[in-house]
Every structure is written in structure tokens, then in C-alpha cells.
Design a binder for this molecule. Structure first.
Ligand code: SF4
Length: 253
């Protein structure tokens, strides 16, 4: 994927009400991910190429968004958007026409994230687990130092100029309460701030159709009351925390 003039787009959801609080956004799903998380809810997007893969130009994307009058913004998600060099130019071009642009990332490409960040209204970075447990949960030989670099970059962004969501999907038994607390501790040490509406968001695992069938029942869907207890403990780390779940949507704790 070294072509900078287009993006491999696997699909688009014309309206999402849950990805960005208070906004209706179009979700652009990019093909390809360098991680292989067992609980991935978009597992069909993990391969870099599929038979249907074809490159979309900026003009084609803008044209397909032009009639979507109901949206407040656009979010590039995946897969892993920062794998594709074209993402920075796409973010700039879409932001010139649409008042809100966000990117979801796994944090593995801090350099490309740094290039896109000033043009984004929100960056959402997923922690997959505590950093010590990445190799086990992510299923690949991950460069955790790159992930650390992205965390530092986004903590600085949260303090200085823009909204950040650090997200962690709580999916026991792969993810434990100790992992959540280790992530919270890391964010506190890195100086994560609640400026600009930034939050650490604990997400409920849902065994949706996008999770590989063999894995779907390997993780537990935890009820909101338990998530609330975990989030209350996270507040001990003096970082801003929220929950995203099926029962109540997104709410700050
Ligand atoms: S980083 Fe995200 S898209 Fe990639 S495998 Fe993990 S959950 Fe799926």
C-alpha cells in the first residue's frame, strides 16, 4: 500500500450516531490492519487486500459524500487508516469541505498520525490491552515503542489543542481489570488531559457479526453496572473517563 493518491476503502456507513458523541458521522472503513485482535469487530477488514479491493480517489469519495446532507462529519476507521499513505491528503481534502473529521487508529504509525493530527477534529486511539500484554492480545509481533510514541503524541494533543479518545474494549477474559488499571496509570503518567472533551473510554465488548465466528463467544459482554464500577476506580488516576455501551450509549463517569 504505497500509493499516496488513493485509499483502499472497503465500505461506508452513511450515518453513525455512536462514534462521536452528539454528532452524526459517515464512517469510512479502510481495508487492511497490521494487528490481529481476537475480538476484532471488523475482522473482514484485517487482510490488506481482498478480491474486491479497489482504490478510491479523493474526488470519488467527496462525490459520494456530497449528497449526504444529514451528517455533521466523517470518520476514517478500519482496519487501520494510518497504514495507507493517502490518509493525510484525504483528511485534508475532506476537512476542507466538511466541518468535522476524525480518525480511529491502533497507534502503530505515530509519524503518519502526527502528520494527520493537526487537521483532525478528533483522534480515537484504541488500547488493545495494557502495553505489557500487547503481544498476546494483538496476535502479531507489534512494535510497542511505536504505540508508546502515539500515546505521548496524543496526550500532548489533549493538553494543547484537540480532542482525543483513548479507547479500551473491556473483553474478559483476554482483558482484565488489572489491564484497565495499567492503561489508566500509563495515561496518568503520560499527562493525559480532559481538555477539548478528551476522555479515556471504556467500551463494552459485543459479540457482533463482525467478530470471527470461532471467537465470538470467547469473550464476555459485561453489563453497564460493572463497567461503571471499573470506571469509578479508573477515576482514582485523575484522568477523564467515559463509558460506551449498548444499554446507555456514551456517557461521562
Ligand atoms: S487493531 Fe482494530 S481493526 Fe485491527 S485487528 Fe485489532 S480490533 Fe481489528
Amino acid at each position: 500500500m504505497d500509493n499516496e493518491t488513493g485509499l483502499y476503502i472497503a465500505g461506508m456507513k452513511s450515518q453513525s450516531f455512536v462514534d462521536e458523541p452528539g454528532k452524526t458521522v459517515a464512517m469510512i472503513y479502510l481495508q487492511g490492519c497490521n494487528f490481529n485482535c481476537g475480538f476484532c469487530h471488523n475482522s473482514a477488514l484485517i487482510p490488506m487486500f481482498t478480491r474486491e479491493s479497489k482504490m478510491t480517489s479523493v474526488e470519488q469519495l467527496l462525490e459520494s459524500l456530497a449528497d449526504n446532507f444529514l451528517i455533521d462529519g466523517v470518520v476514517f476507521t478500519g482496519g487501520e487508516p494510518t497504514l495507507q499513505p493517502g490518509i493525510v491528503d484525504f483528511v485534508k481534502a475532506v476537512r476542507a469541505k466538511i466541518p468535522f473529521v476524525g480518525v480511529d487508529t491502533n497507534g502503530s504509525n505515530p509519524a503518519r498520525l502526527a502528520a494527520a493530527s493537526p487537521h483532525l477534529d478528533r483522534v480515537a486511539m484504541d488500547f488493545k490491552t495494557s502495553l505489557d500484554n500487547y503481544p498476546r492480545v494483538v496476535g502479531k509481533d507489534v512494535n510497542v515503542d511505536k504505540v508508546r510514541e502515539s500515546i505521548d503524541l496524543l496526550c500532548a494533543r489533549s493538553r494543547e489543542f484537540g480532542r482525543v479518545e483513548f479507547r479500551l474494549t473491556y473483553a474478559p477474559p483476554a482483558i482484565t481489570v488489572d489491564d484497565v488499571m495499567a492503561v489508566a496509570d500509563h495515561l496518568m503518567q503520560a499527562g493525559f488531559s480532559g481538555n477539548h472533551g478528551s476522555r479515556f473510554v471504556i467500551q463494552q465488548y459485543l459479540g457482533s457479526d463482525g467478530v470471527r465466528e470461532a471467537n465470538r463467544k470467547s469473550y464476555e459482554t459485561v453489563v453497564v453496572d460493572k463497567l461503571r464500577i471499573i470506571a469509578t476506580n479508573v477515576k482514582e488516576f485523575q484522568i477523564p473517563v467515559a463509558i460506551r455501551c449498548q444499554e446507555l450509549g456514551y456517557f461521562v463517569v
